[in-house]
Every structure is written in C-alpha cells, then in structure tokens.
Design a protein around this ligand. Structure first.
Ligand code: NIG
Ligand code: FE
Length: 416
C-alpha cells in the first residue's frame, strides 16, 4: 500500500527480532515480545516496531491508523512445505485407512499419489486454478502469508509445467506469496513403472533444464524413501538440479531410516523434510551441513501414526527446525498452521514460542527469504496477523479454534 500506516494498540507484539539467520537452541524461545506496541509501515514495509509511547512522536499527522484492539500481533505464517496444487481429493482413501488399510497398501493397489496424478493430468488449467485458490484461501484465513508449493502430481512434461504455471499465476495475482518447487521425482508414473532409470534420466536431463530456463521453480525436491526413489536415483535428479542453479529440499526418512538425510547433507540441501525415522547419526550430518529439518506433524497425525520426528533432540543439538503443514490430498489434508502449532506442542514437545519461531522466521530462512519476511523488523515486508486473543500461547492452546484473524500482506489488509 503506498503511503504510511500505523498499527496501534497492539497488546502483545511478537517481533521475532534477532540475528539475521535461522534461530537455534535457546534462541527459538526468544520472540522479541513488546507489550503495548505499535508498528509504523511505509509502502508496505515496516519502518519501526516499538512500544507505542516511543513510536507516537514518529507517526506523521493524517496517517492511516489500524487499531489492533489490544490483541496479539505476530508475523504471518510461512508454510515451507505444501503440495498446494492438485485435482480432486482422496476422502475415499481416508475412509479406507480408518478401516485398516495402510498408506502404502493403498499406493501399491494403484491409489495414493497416482490417483491424484490421474485426476491432475485430466484437469483443465481453470479447474486447477480454482482448487489451488481454494486451498490458498483456507491457508490465508488461518494466517498464512507465504506458501511453498510443489509440483509432483503431473509426472509428465505438460502436467508438471501446468502445475508450476498455476503456482506462478496464483503468486502473481497475490496477495499470498508462493515459492515454487519442482517435485517430478515424487513417484514413478505408470508409463515408466518398468523403466525407472529412463524416468530419472528424463527428469534430470530434459525436464530440469527446461523448468530452470522458464524460471518456473526455485527449488527441486525428491521423495527419497521406500516405494519411492532410491538414494542413488534422488542423487542423479538433485545433482542435476544443483548444476542448473536450483536449491534443494528432500522428502527424507518418512518411512525408512537411511533414506535421504545423509544425501541432503552431502548435497547441501536447504531442507530435509519429514524425518520421522531419522537416526541420531544422520541428525549430526544435517547439523554439520546446516540443513534445516522441516517437521510435518500433520502427516503423522492424519496417517494415524505415532512416530513424530524427534523435535526436542533436534533443538538440543542445535538444528534450525521448521514446522509446516505438508498440505496434500493423501497423507496430510491439513491446511491450518495453527493446527500444526498445536500438534508440534502436544505431540513433539515444542514450547508455543519454539513452534511459532519454527513456523515463521526459521521457515522464511529455509526458503532463502529470511531477509524480507518471517519477522516484524524494520525493512521487512509488513506481513502480519492481528489475532483474536491477547497472548501468543493461545494460538497453539485453543486447538482447532475457528479463529478469524485479520491478515495483512505488504501492509494491505486481505479480505477473505
Ligand atoms: O509429503 N511423502 C510423499 N508425498 C506426500 C504425500 C503425497 C500424497 O499422498 O499425495 C507427503 O506426505
Ligand atoms: Fe510432502
């Protein structure tokens, strides 16, 4: 928004002021709280965040004033792992899983990711745009202002490119910021089921250069696991991505230990995501290579599993953890970051402050956006949420509360 704006009467402002890097150890608890605060915003960026009494003299006359009503204000959530774009849904598989089938049995019987691939290949651009906007709006309503979004339900050139183009369009139309990731190595498409090496070669040598040339993805991801891609196959894909200038994120160690975390460290990936079965030894490798773990408790919860990743141990050894929804039609139909904060606290033992840091500034750094979003500091984009409550701990505590926060992106209030 051009011009100046002041947000006043903020009961509790979570600034997350701190060093310009991901937060580790005890820093995860440091929210940079200011009580009785105000923010001054100019042309969509934060100029000052301070106690109201200090800021008052700096507010020019005739400034547009937003009254936060004494409530809590936080940075908008940065959801650093989602499968935002897909057609249809898998509610029938949800029912099958409740009746006893496993995620992997369903996949082996032709369901799972491939069911969504079939639906997504058949969907028109307009259908995909409509469902993607709906998913984005669910996230926005719960306070998410930046979304990492993966391809991976096309697995052929036309559909992978269409998914990435949908992400680019939804990003361009705003207001939510989207970060695109190529996930062509999500599963093997039926045409290549008997020709794995050929598919890997096609992704590495044909698709990746074209996606990079068209500037359609900043990150490349691969699903490294049992029934997915082997470490060797992932290495081929991800090395090509690196060679072409992409950064890496890896679905690692969700089902099988030894699948992916060491590779993430070897290749200097930005993130290793999931990590439900990760070993202590692999965690040390992530630490040595400054790979950020992205923890996805929604997928553990929705698959009725209990092996949440060892978040406390990660914090203890100094890893810069991130939490995200993993929003997707199979393992995590969870769009709400507040729900993820609740799961992170109740099931993984994070404190509400640690969870909030992992969902904002650390998530921003994992997307290489830590200098512009993720905290409410001078110079940053004014992406923030005025909550309905006064104390940030209520966010995780009122589990699945139908809160209706006021959401601002680049200083503009979003009407949803
Ligand atoms: O992150 N693990 C692989 N991919 C997704 C699930 C995708 C799906 O089931 O459609 C995940 O959990
Ligand atoms: Fe995922």
């Amino acid at each position: 928004m051009p011009g100046t704006m002041a947000v006043v009467n903020i009961g509790q402002l979570v600034t997350l002021t701190g060093p310009p890097r991901p937060r580790v150890g005890a820093e995860l608890q440091e929210l940079g709280l200011i009580t009785g605060a105000a923010m001054l915003i100019e042309d969509g960026r934060i100029v000052a965040a301070a106690p109201y009494s200090e800021l008052l003299p700096a507010i020019p006359p005739h400034t547009e004033v937003i009254d936060a009503g004494g409530k809590c204000v936080t940075p908008g959530f940065v959801d650093a792992h989602t499968h935002l774009v897909f057609a249809g849904n898998r509610a029938a598989e949800f029912e099958q899983r409740i009746a006893g089938a496993t995620y992997q049995q369903i996949a082996a019987a032709g369901g799972g990711i491939l069911r969504t691939v079939t639906a997504t290949r058949a969907a028109s651009v307009d259908d995909l745009l409509a469902s993607t906007r709906q998913h984005r709006d669910w996230m926005l309503r719960s306070g998410t202002t930046t979304i990492e979004a993966k391809s991976g339900y096309g697995l052929d050139r036309a559909t992978e490119l269409r998914m990435l183009q949908v992400i680019a369009r939804v990003d361009a139309e705003g207001p939510v910021r989207l970060v695109p990731t190529l996930l062509a190595a999500h599963t093997f498409p039926p045409e290549f089921a008997e020709h794995r090496a050929e598919y890997v070669r096609w992704v590495a040598e044909d698709l990746i250069p074209d996606v990079v040339a068209a500037k359609l993805a900043r990150y490349c991801d691969a699903f490294c696991d049992l029934h997915a891609f082997t470490v060797t196959e992932c290495r081929t894909v991800l090395k090509s991505a690196l060679h072409h200038g992409m950064r890496l994120r890896i679905h690692a160690e969700q089902f099988r230990p030894g699948s992916g975390a060491a590779l993430a460290a070897e290749l200097g990936a930005a993130t290793a995501d999931h990590l439900e079965t990760v070993t202590a030894e692999a965690l040390q490798k992530l630490l040595a290579s400054a790979v950020q773990p992205v923890l996805l408790p929604g997928s553990v919860f929705a698959l009725a599993r209990t092996n949440y990743p060892p978040a406390r141990r990660m914090v203890e050894i100094g890893l810069a953890i991130v939490i995200a929804t993993d929003f997707n039609p199979g393992s995590s139909p969870v769009a709400s970051m507040p729900m993820i904060l609740s799961l992170a606290c109740v099931q993984m033992g994070l404190s509400p402050a640690e969870a909030l840091t992992a969902a904002t500034i650390n998530a921003a750094w994992s997307l290489d956006l830590g200098n512009s979003i993720g905290s409410l500091e001078p110079g940053k984009e004014a992406d923030f949420v005025i909550h309905e409550f006064e104390d940030y701990r209520e966010l995780a505590y009122f589990i699945a509360a139908p809160f209706r926060p006021r959401v601002f992106i680049a200083g503009n209030e979003v009407t949803i």
